[in-house]
Each structure stands twice: as C-alpha cells, then as structure tokens.
Design a protein around this ligand. Structure first.
Ligand SMILES: [Zn+2]
Length: 91
C-alpha cells in the first residue's frame, strides 16, 4: 500500500477573506463514486476575541491531506483510480 502524498509546500494568495462565524460554502457532492479531495488545516489563535484572525505560517500548526471528505482516505494514485465508496452525509 502506498502512502499519501506528503505536503512539502503551501502557498498563500495574500487575499483577505471576509467571513463571519457562520460562514460556510455549500458542500456539493461531486457525484456518486467520485472523491471529494480536501486539505484540512489548523492554526493557533492567540486572541479568540479578535475579529481579525491571521492564517499565517507563523501560527500554522498542521496541514493534513489531501484526502477524500467522503471516504476519508488519504490521496493515493490507487485510491484516486477507484470509485469512492464514501458518503457526503454519513448516517
Ligand atoms: Zn473518496
């Protein structure tokens, strides 16, 4: 079994994104059997009462993935070639 790709470099766009605490883009299923590839990131927050959170390299704790949101498998060429057996909304 091969391991998923290791993340060796991330790039930022320098773009500021205005969001609120309830900001969520709708998650649309790419279709039955198709994977939904994602990265997950975790940033340390110094001041939780701030209204201006910085997602910078300095406070980045971890980035994991890419992996499939539906089947929760780490990306491999082998997994990508297979039909996704996961679900967007597990029971
Ligand atoms: Zn999948």
């Amino acid at each position: 079994m091969s391991k998923g790709n290791r993340i060796s470099q991330l790039r930022d766009t320098g773009i500021k994104v205005r969001v609120d605490n309830k900001h969520h883009k709708p998650i649309e299923d790419p279709g039955p059997g198709k994977h939904f590839w994602i990265l997950t990131g975790l940033w340390r927050v110094a001041n939780p009462t701030s209204n201006n959170f910085m997602l910078d390299a300095e406070n980045l704790v971890t980035v994991d993935g890419p992996g499939c949101y539906k089947c929760e498998g780490l990306y491999t060429d082998e997994l990508a070639a297979q039909s996704c057996k996961g679900s967007m909304f597990p029971l």
